[in-house]
Design a protein around this ligand. Sequence first.
Ligand code: HEC
Length: 410
Amino acid sequence: MLLLLACASLVDTGNGAHSTQDTATDGPAWYGDVEPIVVENCSGCHADGDVAPFPLSTYDEARPMAAAMADAVSARRMPPWKAAPGCNEYRNDLSLDDDEIARIVAWAEAGAVEGDPSRKSGATPPESTLSRVDFDLPMPEAYTPLVAPDDYRCFVLEWPETEGKYVTGYQVNPGDRGIVHHVVLYVGASENAQLYRDADAAEAGAGYTCFGGPGVVDQADAEWLGGWAPGASNGDFPNETGIYVEPGSVVVMQMHYNTAATDPVADLSSVDFMVEDSVANPAYIQPWADPAWLDGDGMTIPANSEGTTHSFSYPIPANFRIHTANLHMHTYGQTAKLSVTQGDGTEECLLDIEDWDFNWQRTHVLAEPLSVVSPTITVACSWDNPTDEALDWGEGTGDEMCLGTMLFSY
Ligand code: HEC
């Protein structure tokens, strides 16, 4: 598929007749029009050695891909950004607006002209904005994926602080960006820390197999700290929030390695942490799912079915602020939505994913924190199950989930 697209684009634009005389033409040029969009929204992943299969930072890299780029952005396959428009606004939104898409398409259709290099923008891919690194926790040892093409592996990182601290920001440093597909971080509270160490010790090699969660405890009881997906920058937590970590805890780092496009190589990823003794807004990650689902037979998705939905709503008699929203399903998920009905009946949308893709999960930082008053929070998911077996909630690759998570503070 990729090869076909690449070849088609070579035929479309490979006449080599680009020059700088085109600044006078009406159509958009690389410099001045297309380059800033591509550098900001594509090059974070489309760089040498990064997760995407080809680089897109310079004119020479982009020109032969112009038709494929136009196709991918028109169909909104790229950049991968799954939050549906019109639900909420996010500080880390990667998506292109209609005008940006039109500019890339018009540029490709008019022969992908270069334009005037003196109009090169100062745009850069989004970088981490972690303001300070207090310590870095690496994986205990390097790991070479054993399962192809997808290896889900949890590593136990010992928390070094001897007094309670608030995590106020973090940055995941993928060791080998070519194989690290995404990373989820969980706090293993001190009372459970030994269970995680035991799970690690029970399996040969570094880490242990886990899918969709850290294992050991129920996914809905696992305390999320955050995660990393290609193109996402981590950095400081929003709005002076911080998540408390008690001494004796562990951080469980779940790695999803994908080796579909490359040979397995050794990976040694790490996480930089910024911590404080106290924060203005102590924050918590609240998982949201029907407790009845967790028994493993309360969220049935019948065999050979399409569009099965399950939803869970529950009132919370409290007032608080929601800073981020996330949704989590496995591979048969189709749609997922996290929403709030305020105590006075006002409906608020936190996150709406109309086209679920397990590979592109990320934290959505609300542009403005949402203050809620005695809210009822709803998570709703739908699935297609093409298999001959009924599916239900579980940790395995063949199981499903429907889990919202929110970072909240009072
Ligand atoms: C979050 C990381 C990420 C970002 C940001 C991103 N890409 Fe991609 N892109 C990928 C990955 C990974 C693949 C290969 C796997 C796939 O197709 O899903 C890919 C594949 C592609 C392909 C070939 C397959 C297809 O779907 O057509 C094109 C063309 C492409 N990207 C263009 C772009 C453009 C243009 C942008 C910016 C407007 C962009 N990408 C932004 C990660 C990214």
